[in-house]
Design a protein. Structure first.
Length: 77
């Protein structure tokens, strides 16, 4: 296999790791904010926050599956 292709996959995995870490930090921060602001903000804002946290969790799961697929592809080379 072409070395440039292997480097490309490694670079993609690197970017996925960065996005994965940012997503986790964002989700943890959002959940912490939801816990701290419980009862202090409107119900609408709380619901939007919970939905946002859930969407980010699904994004994290998707990023994980994409990264694992790329790592498996790299392993096969």
């Amino acid at each position: 296999m072409d070395m440039a292709y292997i480097d490309k996959i490694k670079e993609e995995i690197g970017w996925l790791k960065v996005i994965f870490a940012i997503s986790i930090a964002t989700d943890i921060s959002l959940i912490a904010w939801l816990i701290q602001s419980y009862g202090k903000v409107s119900k609408f804002l709380s619901i939007v926050g919970v939905l946002g946290a859930i969407v980010i969790l699904f994004a994290i799961d998707r990023l994980d599956s994409i990264a694992r697929r790329k790592m498996n592809e790299l392993e096969e080379l």
